[in-house]
Design a protein around this ligand. Structure first.
Ligand SMILES: [Cu+2]
Length: 153
């Protein structure tokens, strides 16, 4: 009796694993047009807000907007754009940024940045934080960002 139960469990477990692995690769290839590269955080001391930078690549046929960012590591994450007004620079909050079809969007110093405020735990250079990037096609990219010390920025 014990033997029979064990073999049933094993068979069931195998069937589950099998159906998952058959399904996952197809869904991945069809749905995810966006990938993230070179994701890092400009860390500043004394609990100052940090800035996240990343290059987004769109392999799809249509432009896709970055429409939201959230994180388990920070209480507040916003998409900001640095705007220069003659000799002065200021940053403004924007609600989306477009990744062109078959192109890239550089969220890099001087352009866009992800403003990271109210860290939920101590974040230090050498850490990895995770940001969830949400896109207009419904995709979400859970992206690891390398936290860099001021000397490596
Ligand atoms: Cu900002």
């Amino acid at each position: 009796m014990t033997m029979k139960l064990k073999s049933l469990t094993a068979t069931f477990g195998f069937a589950l694993a099998c159906s998952f692995s058959a399904f996952a690769p197809a869904a991945h290839a069809a749905d995810v047009a966006i990938s993230a590269q070179n994701a890092w955080v400009r860390w500043l001391p004394n609990d100052l807000p940090a800035a996240g930078y990343v290059t987004l690549k769109n392999d799809g046929e249509k432009p896709i907007d970055l429409v939201g960012v959230s994180s388990d590591d920070y209480g507040m994450v916003m998409l900001h754009q640095t705007v220069s007004n003659g000799s002065t620079q200021k940053m403004v909050m924007v609600h989306k940024a477009t990744v062109p079809a078959h192109g890239t969007l550089d969220i890099t110093p001087g352009g866009y940045h992800l403003m990271l405020e109210h860290a939920k735990h101590k974040v230090a250079p050498g850490d990895t934080v995770h940001l969830k990037l949400k896109f207009s096609d419904g995709a979400t990219l859970d992206t690891p960002f390398a936290v860099k010390p001021p000397s490596q920025q």
